[in-house]
Write a protein that binds this ligand. Structure first.
Ligand code: ADP
Ligand code: MG
Length: 251
């Protein structure tokens, strides 16, 4: 891992990062403490950790939506795909995807023209005018991902992209996202609480401790794509990841 990291310039570097939130009627809540993580240019890193350990906080720091209280956060321009898809219910799928360009000042037709060709690539052809309420959960996630891509940033931060999907849809979407990421060659931080999902998607998996979150283990995933959740080659890594998570939560 270290050799690979040295070979690629870091697109994201966090060093000894701490972040606390004020708590009403009590002392501050430490979300992250002493967290260090580097992500190489073009690398896909999966971040796995228990609920409440600061995963969303970590992505918001990388995207510059918050500042750390301690330590250092350096990142190339990064865009967040938030945990909830955040699609606007009154806009069609094409306009929702194109929103990433509208907010940077593009006109409606220009933004639509940029988004439209991607609809076929993303299996959304024919649904350009459909409102989010008329799309399946998997399609809504694809529109949200498309909107994230169109923001044009070199770093993508995906916050539990499939957290709201049923198991079957989720497995299909993981394969789809792995393919999409292989085409994109962007730097990706993908947060999940699902170890297998991280192993299917990522070049490296960082395991976080419970709150306050810090990286307690990093696992390289060398298996060729496409990967399946059930790949025997991933079995040993899965065990190591679960062990690290178990040790982190003290079981
Ligand atoms: P995760 O995404 O891993 O579930 P979060 O980053 O959302 O974790 O939150 C980490 C901790 O910080 C949690 O205990 C949460 O309650 C707390 N927290 C997160 N955001 C805020 C906030 N805006 N104000 C106060 N506490 C917060
Ligand atoms: Mg979260």
């Amino acid at each position: 891992m270290e050799a690979a990291e040295r070979a690629r310039p870091a697109a994201v570097a966090l060093e000894g990062v701490g972040r606390s939130y004020p708590r009403r009627g009590g002392g501050p809540v430490a979300a992250l403490e002493g967290l260090s993580l580097q992500v190489g240019d073009g690398e896909v890193v999966g971040v796995v950790g228990p609920s409440g350990c600061g995963k969303t906080t970590l992505l918001e720091l990388v995207c510059g939506l918050q500042a750390p209280d301690a330590g250092r956060v350096e990142a190339r321009p990064a865009v967040l795909m938030p945990q909830r898809d955040g699609l606007l219910p009154w806009l069609g799928a094409l306009d929702n995807a194109a929103l990433a360009l509208r907010v940077t000042g593009a006109g409606r037709e220009e933004a639509r023209a940029a988004a439209r060709p991607l609809f076929a690539t993303f299996g959304l052809e024919g649904f350009e005018a459909a409102r989010p309420g008329a799309l399946s959960a998997g399609m809504r996630q694809r529109v949200a991902f498309l909107r994230t891509l169109l923001a044009g940033k070199p770093v993508l931060c995906l916050d539990e992209p499939f957290g709201a999907l049923d198991a079957l849809t989720r497995a299909g979407m993981q394969a789809w996202l792995a393919e999409a990421l292989a085409r994109e060659a962007r730097t990706v931080l993908v947060v999940t609480h699902d170890v297998e999902e991280a192993l299917v998607l990522a070049d490296r998996v960082a395991i976080l401790s419970p709150r306050p979150g810090r990286v307690v283990a990093e696992l390289d995933v060398d298996s060729p794509h496409p990967r399946r959740r059930t790949d025997p080659a991933l079995g040993a890594l899965r065990e190591r990841a679960l062990e690290a998570l178990g040790e982190a939560v003290g079981t």
